[in-house]
Design a protein around this ligand. Structure first.
Ligand code: 9Z3
Length: 321
């Protein structure tokens, strides 16, 4: 498969995708975060999470989006932190977030009550939590505060595909300074298609013009410069999603051949919560949740993270050849 060189992708990124105005500020934060943790002997994982928004108009009314909830990324962040990693969490605005993810379906106002019953005043009454609606909230709050005090989680938000691409490039460049201590865990569901700024209508597309036909370009394969140019010593994991199981493993292997990174986590849309395959150049490991796991509320991300941390340790300790 012919892959464009990293430098041409750099050019495309600069020309066709508007960089977010705060990219330099974010770079500084990521660089300081990586340095501080690496100096303390801690590994750093950059997790991408959630879907991307692709605008159809420059004054955007409409956009293309996808299914990703961000649960994979958010839960994985917790397991990495529990295993001693520091986490840069590059996530889609309002997608699931570590720790709060567990309580998201709950209506907050249903879960809170005034102590002393209905007569208590809203201004002076104390508010208590209904623990049936927010189970384990005390335990989760304690852990959340520990993680915050330890400075172990650096959240960075994106919304559009352009923001995602520029922020991932920035992260890769900043993390390159810590070499093999850095892991990239690219779980975000990134659009394969986009409309370049130069071809996008400025104003809202008019339905009075009749049915809409879109022509979209291919998004540059950012994994290529990430592995080759931006963070060549890092341990890089991509995710491959398909709906047709018969092509999944072949696609995962082809991605490994093309980009020469360390592993692909392959999953099928409908079974992604209970089954994945971790594919490396010379291994193929199925990870599955069994009945016992389901009873104990084990999540598949715990198994994925543990498998990859083991491989990362081997990668760090391999003789330099
Ligand atoms: C994944 O495959 C993730 O596992 C999911 C997680 C997005 C399925 P949720 O966010 O779901 O927990 O709801 N991510 C990568 C998906 C992707 O778009 N990969 C591309 C591809 O397969 C580029 S590497 O071609």
């Amino acid at each position: 498969m012919a892959e464009p060189r990293g430098s041409s992708i750099d050019g495309k990124l600069a020309e066709e995708f508007a960089a977010p105005s705060h990219v330099d500020e974010v770079k500084e934060k990521m660089s300081a975060f990586a340095r501080r943790h690496a100096d303390a002997g801690r590994r750093v994982v950059l997790i991408t999470s959630g879907g991307t928004k692709v605008p159809l108009e420059s004054r955007t009314v409409r956009f293309l989006d996808n299914f990703s909830s961000g649960r994979r990324g958010a839960s994985s962040a917790e397991y990495f932190i529990d295993s001693g990693y520091a986490v840069i969490f590059l996530h889609r605005h309002r997608s699931l977030y570590p720790y709060t993810r567990m309580f998201l379906p709950v209506n907050l106002l249903e879960a809170l009550q005034f102590r002393g019953g209905e007569g208590a005043s809203g201004n002076t009454g104390e508010v208590v939590v209904n623990q049936q609606l927010l189970p384990n909230v005390g335990k989760v709050l304690k852990r959340y505060n520990e993680v915050k005090e330890g400075g172990l989680l650096l959240p960075i938000e994106f919304n559009t595909l352009s923001e995602y691409l520029h922020l991932l490039k920035a992260a890769a460049q900043e993390l390159s300074s810590i070499g093999s201590l850095a892991m990239f865990y690219l779980a975000a569901a990134v659009s394969d298609f986009y409309i370049p700024a130069s071809e996008m209508p400025e104003h809202k597309i008019q339905s009075s013009n009749g049915p809409l036909q879109l022509s979209m370009k291919m998004v540059p394969k950012i994994l290529s410069p990430l592995v080759k140019d931006w963070a060549p010593k890092a341990f890089v994991i991509s995710f491959k999603l398909e709906t047709d199981a018969s092509i999944l493993l072949d696609k995962a292997r082809r991605a490994l051949d093309a980009y020469r990174h360390q592993a692909v986590v392959a999953n099928i849309l409908d079974s992604r919560r209970g089954h994945v395959v971790v594919v490396t150049p010379d291994t193929q490991t199925e990870l599955t949740l069994n009945e016992e796991d389901a009873k104990n509320e084990v999540e598949i991300e715990e198994k994925i993270v543990s498998n990859l941390i083991f491989a990362h340790t081997k990668f760090i300790n391999q003789p330099i050849g």
